[in-house]
Design a protein around this ligand. Structure first.
Ligand SMILES: [Zn+2]
Length: 136
């Protein structure tokens, strides 16, 4: 933890952007994750407590919705217009769905944690109060 002045996010969209990039929603510098989907207990840069999050299964639900909205139109278009061989369909679409979900899970979880942090949910009240006090 350093004594650097906090660079608070510009509104909830700023916090979400930091979460999407895997950065601490409070300072935008430290890493939000200590492993692929494990949120760090504290920000290594500013010391912000991040263990209060309760993302649970919500990021996975969002990733399923996003992946479906991306892939289903593509699958329908390709399968009706091009009609690829069945071996290609049964290997390509599950692989693409799996890769898309893996690519989206961490950014989406980061965004969910950032929203919880910004809203002061699940023990983030002190962080919200400190941010609001600094804005006055
Ligand atoms: Zn931080």
């Amino acid at each position: 933890m350093t004594d650097m002045p906090r660079r608070w996010p510009h509104g909830i969209l700023g916090a979400i952007g930091r979460g999407l990039r895997g950065k601490c929603p409070a300072c935008g510098e430290g890493r939000l994750f200590r492993a692929y989907l494990k949120v760090a207990d504290n920000c290594p840069a500013c010391g912000e407590e991040l263990h209060h999050h309760r993302a649970d299964d919500f990021p996975a639900y969002l990733v399923i919705i996003i992946t479906g909205h991306i892939l289903v139109p593509i699958v329908l278009a390709v399968e009706t217009e091009i009609v690829p061989p069945i071996w290609l369909s049964v290997t390509l679409w599950p692989t693409l769905a799996f890769a898309t979900a893996l690519a989206l899970l961490q950014p989406v979880k980061g965004a969910v944690v950032a929203v919880q942090w910004f809203g002061g949910l699940h023990g983030f009240e002190a962080a919200r109060n400190a941010r609001q006090a600094a804005a006055r």
